[in-house]
Design a protein around this ligand. Structure first.
Ligand SMILES: [Zn+2]
Length: 489
């Protein structure tokens, strides 16, 4: 049975981004957005109009609840904001006048767990709403004048060879590209949608609303353990122009055969878990390597992506732990007892980089965040450089590892031998510093000493200490208060 995940403490803050499309929310324009509480079964604020009480701090009062832009580290926000237009667009296009799929459910499905490139973000307009309503209308009527009177021009486009149309679509503005796809085979719509983050999220919202309408479902993330056996089935779901992993379970004789079901066999316990991940879910999974030493993906999917790879420390593994949003899987771990509470997030890297330890050095005992998953780390190779350069936060602890000098970076001379090195990682904790955590790294130099020297650790609690030998390099990633790193062999 899946268990609902809401393990992190709820705070009071909120951010001014729409949790449906990902775009900015204009805080002054209070009629353009609405707020909801971030945990299930909390008071509905959907029909209240926010009252902006302080423009500088972004303090809003909504019903009896007050919340500001002040972020509490490591806590769940108190409110999520969404554009009213986005919520209406999804419900209208899904054909749900009495929605059974809550906004909180949609936010769980649409929140990104991996980095997104939002540089091409184009806000959604009323035209988008009309287009989605037209595209998802189960009884298509005549295409209305909103998408252009020039029917002959559209006819011309529709008669183009597919290759030519595929070249034109990416160079059009999103909503125009979308308009061209009305009435064309789904493949064109999918092509436009998956390259446009905001419209892809709205599409996934519409499709998920329809799929979940008659089903019982969780509103937030849930987790479960799955025992691996010889006869397994992976279930995929098509959302927003992509195929996502929906479930992994033991094969059952009454399972309906479908193009979205993929049976697979694990005769011996697998030794490797590889995932192709994007911002909304897991697109592919492998439990082993082929003769070419590449992961044997369950589904044909040849787009080049950075992947997440995990291995069991002790040979094979017998169970996996799955974290899912209400409609698709977000994270999969090898389930072993000592990993039950490891911190996220996890690195996505090219497979040829080497074998990396998927979990970061532990600097916090807090359970992982609900909607934080994967990131693309920086990588520094020790085995090819004479020195590394570290940067530190003002209160101590590293915040960057580089193979080139730069302002504020401390040089750590390793020596001339270009070789694998022994590396120590240390995680410390103190209530007295922002975020509570500090991380340090030490590398063994040619003369056998470990550099840089550590500060006096007595004021801190040591919560993790790792030593790795024959290390090729280290991956790292940083947010304002957190630093994630580990070794690559
Ligand atoms: Zn929005």
């Amino acid at each position: 049975m899946a268990r609902q995940l809401s393990r992190i403490e709820q705070g009071f803050g909120h951010t001014y981004d729409c949790k449906l499309c990902g775009g900015k929310v204009e805080q002054d324009n209070v009629k353009s957005y609405q707020a909801i509480r971030t945990l299930p079964k909390q008071k509905s604020l959907e029909h209240e109009i926010p009252n902006l009480e302080n423009t500088r701090t972004g303090l809003i009062r909504i019903g009896t609840f007050s919340s500001s832009r002040v972020h509490s580290i490591g806590k769940l926000p108190g409110l999520y904001l969404v554009h009213r237009r986005c919520a209406q667009m999804i419900r209208h296009a899904a054909g749900c006048t009495k929605p059974r799929v809550s906004l909180l459910t949609l936010i769980s499905i649409l929140s990104p767990t991996a980095p997104v490139d939002s540089s091409n973000f184009k806000p959604l307009s009323n035209l988008d709403g009309d287009l989605f309503a037209t595209i998802f209308d189960p009884c298509p009527t005549i295409i209305t004048q909103q998408i252009g009177n020039d029917v002959s021009f559209r006819k011309l486009l529709h008669n183009l060879p597919p290759e030519l149309l595929s070249l034109i679509l990416p160079s059009c503005q999103a909503e125009h590209a979308l308009a061209i796809t009305v009435g064309l085979p789904e493949v064109y719509f999918n092509q436009v949608i998956r390259d446009d983050i905001a419209r892809q999220r709205i599409t996934v919202g519409i499709q998920a609303t329809r799929l979940l309408h008659d089903q019982s479902h969780d509103e937030v993330y849930a987790e479960k353990n799955v025992k691996l056996s010889a006869n397994m089935t992976a279930v995929f779901v098509s959302l927003g122009g992509e195929i996502y992993l929906q479930d992994i379970r033991e094969r059952s004789s009454c399972g309906k055969p479908s193009k979205h079901y993929k049976d697979f066999s694990l005769d011996t316990g697998p030794q490797l878990l590889a995932l192709q991940v994007d911002h909304l879910g897991i697109r592919n999974i492998a439990f082993g390597l082929g003769k070419d030493k590449k992961p044997q993906w369950l589904r044909d999917e040849n787009r080049l992506v950075n992947i997440f790879v995990d291995r069991a420390a002790t040979g094979s593994f017998a169970s996996i732990r799955i974290v899912s949003d209400p409609i698709k899987i977000r994270m999969i771990d090898i389930a072993v007892p000592d990993r039950s509470n490891h911190p996220h997030p996890r690195p996505l890297m090219p497979y040829h980089r080497g074998i990396w330890v998927p979990y970061s050095v532990q600097t916090t005992r807090k359970p992982y965040l609900q909607v934080e998953g994967y990131f693309e780390p920086s990588y520094v190779e020790f085995s090819t450089c004479k020195s590394v350069y570290l940067s530190y936060r003002y209160y101590g602890g590293i915040c960057g590892i580089f193979n080139e000098s730069g302002e504020g970076r401390e040089e750590v001379p390793l020596g001339n031998r270009r070789e694998m090195r022994t590396v120590r990682l240390i995680g410390l904790y103190s209530h007295a510093i922002p975020g509570g955590e500090l991380s340090f790294i030490q590398i063994r130099t040619d003369d056998g000493s470990f550099l840089p020297l550590l500060p006096d650790v007595s004021p801190y609690e040591v919560i993790d200490k790792q030593e790795h030998i024959k290390v090729k390099g280290v991956w790292w990633g940083a947010t304002s208060y957190q630093f994630y790193f580990n070794v690559v062999y």
